[in-house]
Design a protein around this ligand. Structure first.
Ligand code: PXG
Length: 290
């Protein structure tokens, strides 16, 4: 595997960064998780846009332009002969001193890893998954805005541990007010009375790229889409539920906190959207090999 670090390619064993990098010392940095399908990078522009928004929010100067980053992602896929895969793009604050001050970090590092991912067991995509609400609430906007895709994912990791302890693969995270925010690495959707609903970004949801794609696909099918605040009660009484994410794609949910959702199997709108999403990944994206 060839890993891109600051303009150079390193083998896996030599792909190293400083122990003084504030990405390691403080989780001070940002990232994107991107997919390639059929030799094209899916929604690359949108991912790079979001990376720049995260950078702006944490006052990090990415040492490359938008176009240069897009080219570097595509080139890293090519160097690794990726047709279908997963790309992890990170920008760390860079090496500094022991001490929080980010001004001591002179050179942010750009790292690109192109590999493969299988987030959930394949059978769960067929029969649907069971998830639970966990006690760890999503970060407050005023503390660490969940819209920032930062390298500090401990809030999500703690919730994931709680899900795993409960025998589940994914957790529902509420915000401090008790409204549904999102899952540890996925956005959440429900279907009620034929309408598609997902929590608003203000509830503590990431501006998910897959979330946006699914909302567009639903509207194109004539389904109305709303972003109200949702409670656990709304989830329990939904007709259908599914999660979205670059890693997860669309995965049906059939049980939440012991309550069976709808008919207890992936619902019709969920199935339609899965098919439409798969079709879109086949026909769009930034070409890697042309
Ligand atoms: N919420 C959070 C907190 C995320 O981290 C999403 C929602 C979905 O966003 P996108 O833009 O991907 O539709 C994410 C993304 C992993 C992994 O390794 C996690 C994500 C994406 C890819 C891989 O667990 N999370």
């Amino acid at each position: 595997m060839k890993i891109y670090i600051d303009g150079k390619y390193c083998g896996e064993k030599n792909a190293k960064i400083s122990v003084f990098d504030h990405g390691l010392l403080y989780g001070d940095g940002i990232f994107e998780g991107i997919r390639a399908y059929h030799g094209r990078v899916f929604k690359l522009k949108e991912h790079i846009d979001r990376l720049f928004y995260s950078a702006k929010a944490i006052l990090l100067d990415i040492p490359m332009s938008h176009a240069e980053l897009m080219r570097a992602v595509v080139e890293t896929c090519r160097e690794n002969n990726i047709r279908d895969g997963y790309i992890r793009l990170l920008v760390t604050r860079g090496a500094g001193t022991l001490g929080l001050n980010p001004n001591r970090c002179k050179d942010p590092s750009v790292i690109i890893i192109a590999d493969h991912i299988q987030l959930y067991p394949p059978e769960l995509y067929e029969k649907g998954m069971e998830i639970v609400t966990v006690a760890t609430t999503r970060n407050l906007h005023s503390a660490l805005n969940p819209a920032i895709k930062s390298l500090n994912y401990l809030n999500n990791v703690l919730a994931k541990i709680e899900a795993n302890n409960a025998g589940c693969e994914e957790a529902i995270m509420l915000n401090a007010e008790g409204f549904v925010a999102e899952c540890t690495g996925d956005n959440i959707f429900i279907v009620k009375a034929g309408q598609l609903m997902t929590p608003p970004l203000s509830a503590g949801a990431l501006y998910g790229i897959t979330r946006g794609v699914v909302m567009d696909l639903a509207r194109a099918e004539g389904v109305s889409v709303a972003e109200p605040n949702l409670t656990r009660y709304d989830l329990f009484n939904a007709e259908e539920c599914f999660l979205t994410g670059t890693g997860a794609e669309l995965i049906p949910v059939v049980k939440i906190d012991g309550r069976v959702i709808g008919a207890g199997k992936p619902g019709p709108l969920t199935r339609t959207l899965v098919d439409k999403y798969r079709a879109l990944t086949k026909s769009s994206g930034e070409p890697i090999y042309e």
